[in-house]
Design a protein around this ligand. Structure first.
Ligand SMILES: Nc1nc2c(ncn2[C@@H]2O[C@H](COP(=O)(O)OP(=O)(O)OP(=O)(O)O)[C@@H](O)[C@H]2O)c(=O)[nH]1
Length: 359
């Protein structure tokens, strides 16, 4: 799927870079352009992408400090400039636009829904979000920001592919230490998904194409992506069980939103050498995904790739009902309530009985 990426905020810029680099290293050519937008000058400087600095008149290049209302405001006032930068980058060959951001901060969290809305007004291709949920142990401001942003972007975008920062984090690692590894994991998985729609080798009925990705995401709302891989045998007949077990791991333990298995639609992509992909294995795995997700809209396709391994990618559309997402929304609601309660009226402090007066 020929895609243009727009990274917003620090996480968005780093992720868009990791995805563009993965696509180019693998020679896939699915990423047709990438732009980074931020209100913090220092975060844009190290990126090897074209960049746009927003909100200079309001924050002078210093970022919005986690204030996502301000993040939305600066994106709105500089939307014309950002859209101008995109002119000519989003050409007729582009099949989708992905706006990429961390939902917990300020610029990405606030800017993403605003930019998605602007892009939807102008372009006919689907506009998707690739959004990162803050980990459980990030502070309440991050949870509140993410809850508000996710609710809005899920409404505005054609679909939001969600990655939980806790999903692919190694145990014992701090959030910061883990970012690079998480970004690489996201780049590999999303990069393979985009490239799978571009496969030209061994074109046959079974090869997946971009329209299947778009149709799987058509239900809108929130989407998730699972991945797992295994050593393959040279003979397809010997890979029936391998395909089944890899697909199972991809959905049960490898998704970007853990425990999200109930879905409106799914796409099962099996990647590997064409002659090692067992049709029987693929059929069985698809049936299993139908039962597990409770969806009757399970598509499937191969992604022929030179590799000694077989990989299974599962794209799930419409996962809003998943327990994990409900838990997160509950966490965000609770954090918002607490932050409201934590703010006593400063004037009250001078008149209430909490501190005894001296006289
Ligand atoms: N996966 C991943 N998450 C990140 C990364 N950097 C930050 N985050 C997450 O993204 C959220 C913070 O967003 P940032 O992108 O740093 O913030 P910002 O959008 O630049 O906003 P301001 O700094 O407030 O202007 C937090 O929830 C972090 O956990 C990263 O490199 N990878």
């Amino acid at each position: 799927m020929k895609t243009v990426l727009i990274g917003v905020g620090q996480a968005g810029g780093k992720l868009a870079t990791a995805l563009a680099e993965f696509d180019s290293r693998m020679g896939f050519g699915a990423v047709r352009g990438a732009l980074a937008v931020n209100s913090a000058k220092a975060d844009l400087q190290p990126l090897p992408l074209d960049t746009v600095l927003v909100g200079q008149d309001k924050v002078n290049g210093h970022g919005v400090g986690g204030d996502n209302e301000l993040g939305a405001e600066v994106m709105q006032s500089d939307a014309r400039e950002v859209m101008g930068e995109l002119d000519g980058r989003i050409t007729a060959e582009a099949e989708a636009i992905f706006v990429v951001a961390g939902l917990g901060g300020g610029t990405g969290s606030g800017g993403m829904p605003v930019l998605v809305k602007e892009l939807k007004r102008v372009y006919d291709v689907p506009v998707y979000g690739l959004a990162v949920l803050p980990g459980r142990d990030e502070g309440s401001m991050y949870q509140v920001n993410a809850g508000r942003s996710l609710k809005t972007v899920a409404r505005e975008a054609d679909s939001v592919l969600l990655v939980d920062n806790d999903a692919w984090r190694s145990s014992g690692e701090s959030m910061e230490e883990g970012f690079d590894a998480i970004n690489q994991a996201i780049a590999q998985r999303v990069g393979l998904l985009l490239a799978s729609g571009e496969a030209t080798e061994g074109v046959g009925e079974s090869v997946v194409d971009s329209s299947e990705i778009i149709n799987t995401l058509r239900s809108g709302g929130v989407a998730a992506l699972g991945y797992a891989s295994s050593e393959a045998s040279a003979d397809a007949e010997d890979n029936i069980n391998t395909i089944m077990s890899t697909v199972r791991r991809s959905l049960l333990t490898g998704t970007s939103l853990p425990e999200a298995t109930e879905a409106d639609s799914a796409l099962v992509v099996v990647a590997g050498e064409a002659q090692t992909i067992s049709r029987k294995g693929v059929e069985r795995a698809r049936k299993w995904v139908e039962e597990e997700t409770g969806s009757l809209q399970v598509r499937g396709g191969d992604f022929p790739l030179e590799s000694g391994r077989l990989a299974a990618l599962i794209l799930l559309g419409g996962v809003e009902r998943s327990d994990r997402l409900q838990q997160f929304m509950e966490r965000a609601k609770q954090a918002q309530k607490e932050s409201e309660e934590e703010k006593p009226d400063p004037v009250d402090m001078w008149s209430n009985d909490e501190i005894d007066s001296l006289l």
